[in-house]
Design a protein around this ligand. Structure first.
Ligand code: CTP
Length: 438
């Protein structure tokens, strides 16, 4: 395959040398386009030696062959590693002031940007907005790794290891599976279908996200550790696939930000509020994705005044009652009335135990809840709560399985945004396999 490897001016440029080597060793033809400033970090001779190809940085070199157009047209994939904050801003703005940005602008090839910068820069609203706009346009922006940065500081912003970037490149270059022909590739959130339309255009997707809070008294509640990240990523992925998206947002670490432009947000706090919102919002929805961590129990009584300590050292007893199962209820309503979402996706976070594997528990949960797809999140040390990375299996009901005609279960390990892309892609594939009336 032909890969263009762009390198911008960050100290992590040295890691791109290793990446280029991994790619050429795999038999790929790699054309390296450094930005002029990046040559301060790694020089042209290194790039030419490692790729065995001529290296230029400006559109005014090799003008006779119109290099930016040719490289862009011939590429199967364009990777930029490291992508600095400045480069992300320039790509977002559509600038073409060097060979790399010109090539990116002139090419329809899939693009993978691998950012590297200081944590403060990565978290700056300007950089965040640039990243989300680029993602909305279908450009994949990898999550940076966390760890030691250039100075003594550490945090998210580090360039992922060359092997990790290479693994993602391998996935992107994998031929598409037939069942996914009309849907976006993993990690790219927008891919037009044959008619040039985003695959979920005209479809309504409801995503629930975050945790619920069940109040005990005016100052206390029972809650859970859901960060809401996976749900936000799902809303973004569905929006980028062209859907009209409603996000029913429970309690989450981070408020839905500007990257959710165009998504309707319905804030809720308790399971009862979530249940009401799901009932209303799914009436006309095509897809429901239940990523919210719904409390299974709530205090039986709500104390209108703060519960106080008493003099006798006694502690109050809290009686809990069951909350409704919103997912199972939506499935039942669809079966009884024939209305509601054609595709219902549930989530399950499982650790497994010494007798039962997480996959087996998920299989049982899928049957119990009756949904069409169930996304299994493996919970364990450093997995799921608040983390950037996740590992999922997507299980399909028997009916969905035969409609999808693909290997089951679908497995993915990596960033939450990419995982969300895989879930939305499966839901899209299932939806498009159903008769048009649904
Ligand atoms: N869910 C729901 N209503 C509830 C509890 C869960 O709609 N009261 C949904 C979640 O949003 C998720 C799925 O059901 O999509 C599975 O959630 P989970 O908490 O794993 O399932 P439980 O039914 O609580 O199963 P268990 O207690 O056996 O883990």
């Amino acid at each position: 395959m032909r890969i263009v490897l762009g390198v911008s001016a960050g100290i992590a440029a040295y890691k791109a040398v290793l990446l280029a080597r991994l790619l050429t060793e795999d038999g790929h033809q790699v054309d390296i386009i450094p930005t002029p400033a990046s040559l301060e970090f790694v020089g042209r001779a290194t790039w030419e030696a490692i790729s065995g190809r001529p290296v230029t940085t400006s559109v005014f070199e090799g003008v006779d062959e119109v290099r930016h157009v040719r490289l862009g047209q011939e590429a199967d994939l364009i990777v930029v590693a490291p992508a600095t904050a400045d480069l992300l801003a320039r790509i977002r703005a559509g600038m073409a002031n060097d060979l790399l940005t010109s090539t990116l602008l002139a090419s329809e090839a899939p693009k993978l940007l691998v950012p590297a910068m200081h944590t403060e820069m990565w978290r700056n609203p300007a950089a965040e907005e640039n990243v989300s706009v680029l993602r909305e346009r279908g450009i994949e922006v990898m999550e940076p790794a966390s760890g030691r940065l250039t100075g003594k500081d550490s945090g998210p912003g580090r360039l992922p290891e060359p092997e990790q970037i290479k693994a993602r490149i391998d996935q992107l270059l994998e031929p598409r599976r037939p069942a996914y022909a009309d849907a976006p590739r993993a990690g790219t959130f927008y891919a037009p279908d044959h008619a040039g339309q985003p695959p979920l255009l005209g479809r309504k997707v409801v995503v629930t996200a975050g945790g619920t809070r069940e109040p005990l008294d005016p100052v206390r509640y029972l809650g859970n550790r859901s960060s809401g990240k996976q749900g936000l990523a799902l809303a973004r992925a569905a929006r980028a696939a062209g859907a009209e998206v409603t996000l029913i947002a429970g309690v989450m670490d981070q408020a839905p930000g500007p990257e959710l432009r165009g998504v309707e947000v319905v804030p809720v706090e308790t399971a009862a509020e979530l249940q009401g919102a799901v009932r209303i919002e799914t009436e006309k929805a095509h897809v429901l994705i239940m990523a919210a961590a719904v409390a299974d129990f709530r205090p039986a009584d709500y104390a209108a005044a703060k519960i106080k300590k008493t003099d006798d050292d006694a502690a109050p007893t809290i009686t809990l009652v069951r909350n409704p199962d919103i997912l199972a209820e939506t499935v039942q309503r669809r079966a009884q009335t024939g209305t509601g979402p054609a595709v219902i996706v549930g989530f399950a976070a499982e650790t497994g135990d010494e007798n039962t594997e997480p996959l087996q528990l998920a299989q049982q949960k899928l049957a119990r809840k009756g949904c069409d797809l169930l996304v299994l999140n493996r919970v364990g040390e450093n997995l799921v709560f608040g983390q950037e990375d996740t590992e999922i299996h997507i299980l399909a009901s028997e009916t969905a399985q035969s409609a999808l005609d693909q290997d089951q279960p679908v497995h993915f390990a990596g960033g939450k945004q990419e995982a969300a892309g895989v879930v939305v892609r499966s839901a899209t594939a299932l939806l498009s396999s159903l008769p048009p009336s649904t």
